[in-house]
Design a binder for this molecule. Structure first.
Ligand SMILES: Nc1nc2c(c(=O)[nH]1)N[C@H]1C(S)=C(S)[C@@H](COP(=O)(O)OP(=O)(O)OC[C@H]3O[C@@H](n4cnc5c(=O)[nH]c(N)nc54)[C@H](O)[C@@H]3O)O[C@H]1N2
Ligand SMILES: Nc1nc2c(c(=O)[nH]1)N[C@H]1C(S)=C(S)[C@@H](COP(=O)(O)OP(=O)(O)OC[C@H]3O[C@@H](n4cnc5c(=O)[nH]c(N)nc54)[C@H](O)[C@@H]3O)O[C@H]1N2
Ligand code: SF4
Ligand SMILES: [Mo]
Length: 695
């Protein structure tokens, strides 16, 4: 018996459309869902490794309750009823003593998070938080402060661009399949690509201009660029006159920051900066400044990212082919959207434990800020936090300083991990609830915004192999046991899909042929007349009243990056196409492609330290220390050392990844409380290490 299932990949959070073949109850093939024109058949290596992950038994196969100390690795397998009983007894006790607000849930955000958000709302807690304090928060808030729309306010039309500018956005390795395709089309079309990174990456190799700047000096470079563009009128003056406020204030602020000044800070020659600005002037409006993603982990990244948003406005690229395009929603296709799963659940009035939206009025309340929730767990202020459910989130790897996090977790009465792996957080938890992997589960429907808005469906290819459950069932059952079943009245995924589709005119069977439904025939084209900004004034605000009201200036005078202690190096990090964060190091296939990380160190620095390529070195920050193989190279600046994120696992049952390489986050001591007051992101790149030959 053969069947084909259209679904959504779950090997990373990009969630590409896929086609899966099943033969006699076994998944035998996975490829891109080529009904989606931007996707094609190819997947990335991680997506291609999905079948090996499905049939790997080094993942939790049943609910587990800890029998030893937290983190001791002593577990008993239990039934779902026993696990639920353990969890709900604790939760009921916490609700009685402290109220439901003392329970928090964190997850990976994204299109399927609505179910968990509805669960948290149903039990009466305001504390749903996603992973973003260590991901896109700085650039999100930076964009919000300029255009009121945020990081996802625009899609990038890379394929048609004439110039793409990337600050540490290594998009050919830290990848999203459709984006790489669109980017490579631009490369083939002869677009200019300017890539800035203290370390060479594959994306640098595709660029027409690569600047290897001093780490942490991007804001200086951006000030120099903007100064020159503004003073030489190399920008779209009509667009600025129509849409921008605060231009005069910005020009005054920029006066001292000439390209010559920027050269001194960044090491990028002033003449090259000027040539770049003239090139932009020729290429606009088909110019894209990617507003930055994971590089934005410096103290002034909020301001650097703001400048990238400002430069987009100066290029006049919004709602222009080859520029920034508003993602169209079902409404703009004349259709009704999916009904929100929380629509019938009463709003929660308690303030959030992390202060987002109240104490920090400039931070979005929706996603929250986990490092601030940690402060609440630790201090009991603004109220005690007693239970934490980590769903598809591994904060012991995603946030810095795991030992400090464990100290804080030990103040909780309950820590639950809902995961498909033995994550580091699951290993430290009280209960592990194994979610069925994406090939074994259905998910709620998601909305796809874009030129042809629509919906898509993740369908299970096979029944769960182990004693796992899909997330929708876990939260439906937990809600019922907590007396909130009226808000989760679903007996099957079809009940959920029908609830979501009720106003849309679309039916479940409409997804059968392609796995998705589009709500219009023709793409909705660019139209600058539809531009609408989310700021109070409705314009692009170079001076942000919202941030200024919080005492945060719109333009911050430049300060050079802090230097570490004598003889130390800034620790920077990143990813490669063969791994997803800290979750796939034990994957049977990916562990063969990339089984460990190495420490990149500049050749001249290595020579001074007596380190040769391929030998072991000891990396230290205070009392945190570990050994790793050195990769000695000219392809990194001398001020920094680099390691891939996600390695250094110490979970013994994960035999392919145990003890391989080093974890970058352990060296980020004290960084849980070192976060950006303007953008909210954790300053991960502000850590320093020493390196010496291992003895
Ligand atoms: N030091 C340092 N810190 C970082 C980064 C870095 O590079 N260096 N990167 C940052 C970035 S950009 C991000 S986005 C975060 C990522 O941080 P996380 O979101 O925590 O990382 P992931 O490993 O993607 O996923 C978290 C967990 O989800 C589990 N999981 C995967 N699929 C499923 C599923 O289908 N169901 C369930 N229930 N669980 C699943 C994985 O096993 C993993 O344990 O980390 C951030 N933190
Ligand atoms: N294969 C794969 N792809 C992924 C992911 C994955 O885990 N694996 N994760 C996804 C997620 S959640 C995210 S957030 C994105 C992240 O995508 P990116 O933002 O592209 O993230 P990284 O790969 O971490 O790359 C960060 C880069 O910033 C550089 N950098 C460090 N300091 C500076 C600096 O001062 N200035 C500049 N200009 N650059 C600097 C680093 O050297 C590194 O090359 O990737 C996504 N895609
Ligand atoms: S980028 Fe790769 S792993 Fe991520 S969803 Fe797409 S195919 Fe899957
Ligand atoms: Mo991320």
């Amino acid at each position: 018996m053969k069947k084909t299932v259209y679904s959504v990949c779950g090997m990373c959070s990009v969630r590409c459309p896929v086609r899966v073949d099943v033969e006699n109850g076994k998944v035998v093939w996975i490829e891109g869902n080529s009904h989606d024109a931007g996707m094609g058949k190819g997947l990335c290596a991680k997506g291609g490794s999905a079948i090996s992950f499905l049939y790997d038994n080094e993942r939790p196969q049943s609910p587990m309750i800890r029998v030893g100390e937290r983190g001791s690795g002593q577990w008993k397998n239990v039934s779902w009823d026993e696990a639920y009983g353990y969890i709900t007894d604790k939760l009921k006790d916490i609700i009685e003593k402290h109220g439901a607000k003392s329970i928090m849930l964190t997850d990976r955000g994204g299109p399927f998070a609505e179910l968990r958000q509805a669960f948290v709302k149903a039990i009466g807690s305001p504390n749903y938080i996603n992973h973003d304090c260590t991901c896109g928060r700085n650039s999100h808030h930076a964009a919000k402060s300029v255009d009121g729309l945020g990081r996802k306010g625009f899609n990038y039309d890379m394929k048609n661009a004439r110039h793409i500018v990337l600050f540490g956005r290594n998009l050919t390795e830290s990848l999203r399949v459709k984006e790489v395709r669109s980017f490579m089309a631009a490369v083939k079309n002869g677009a200019h690509i300017t890539y800035i990174d203290p370390k060479v990456t594959n994306t640098a190799a595709k660029a027409t201009r690569y600047w290897r700047n001093k780490p942490g000096t991007d804001y200086a470079l951006l000030l120099g660029i903007t100064n020159y563009i503004v003073n030489n009128s190399l920008y779209d003056q009509d667009f600025v006159a129509k849409w921008v406020t605060g231009m005069q204030e910005m020009q005054t602020f920029l006066a001292p920051y000439t390209p010559e000044w920027a050269e001194g800070e960044t090491s990028i020659p002033a003449d090259e900066i000027k040539a770049f600005c003239h090139e932009l002037n020729n290429d606009r409006p088909k110019v894209i400044f990617h507003i930055g993603w994971l590089y934005t982990r410096y103290r002034d990244s909020f301001y650097a990212s703001r400048m990238m948003s400002i430069l987009n406005a100066l290029m006049g690229n919004m709602e222009q082919t080859g520029g920034l395009i508003l993602p169209r929603s079902p409404k703009e296709a004349g259709a009704k959207g999916l009904k929100n799963l929380g629509a019938n659940i009463p709003a929660v009035t308690d303030p959030r434990c992390d202060g987002c939206g109240t104490v920090y009025k400039h931070f979005d309340a929706g996603a929250g800020m986990l490092q601030l929730a940690y402060l609440a767990i630790d201090s009991g202020n603004p109220y005690p936090m007693k239970a934490y459910i980590a769903h598809r989130h591994n904060p012991l790897v995603a946030l810095p300083d795991p030992e400090e996090q464990k100290r804080i977790f030990n103040k909780l009465d309950l820590l639950v991990a809902v995961d498909v792996n033995y994550s580091d957080t699951a290993w430290f938890a009280d209960v592990i609830l194994p979610e069925s992997t994406f090939l074994e589960r259905d998910s709620i429907l998601r909305t796809d915004k874009g030129p042809k808005p629509g919906f898509s469906m993740r369908r299970k290819a096979i029944e769960p192999i182990n004693n796992s459950k899909p997330g929708w069932q876990i939260y439906t059952e937990l809600a019922a046991l907590l007396g909130k079943g009226e808000y989760f009245p679903y007996k099957s995924i079809e009940d959920i899909w029908n609830y979501q589709l009720q106003d849309s005119g679309v039916k479940i069977e409409d997804f059968d042929n392609k796995g998705f439904v589009k709500l219009c025939e023709k793409p909705i084209g660019c139209n600058p007349d539809t531009l609408k900004f989310g700021t109070e004034s409705g314009k692009i605000e170079f001076v942000s009243p919202k941030w200024e009201k919080m005492g945060i200036p719109s333009f911050k005078p430049y300060e050079a990056p802090i230097a570490g202690p004598e003889g130390s190096y800034r620790l920077i990090y990143g990813r490669k196409g063969y791994q997803t964060h800290g979750q796939s190091q034990n994957n049977p296939i990916l562990s063969q492609l990339l089984g460990s990380n190495k420490l990149w160190i500049n050749t001249a620095e290595a020579k001074k330290l007596g380190i040769t390529d391929g030998t072991m070195v000891t990396v230290s920050n205070g009392d945190v220390t570990g050994n790793i193989e050195a990769y000695v190279t000219d392809f990194i600046r001398p001020e920094a050392v680099f390691m891939l994120h996600g390695f250094g696992k110490n979970i013994p049952v994960l035999t392919r990844s145990y003890g391989k390489g080093l974890a970058d986050q352990i060296f980020m001591k004290g960084k849980l409380t070192d976060w950006d007051q303007a953008g909210g992101g954790v300053n991960l790149c502000e850590s320093f290490v020493t390196v010496k030959p291992a003895v």
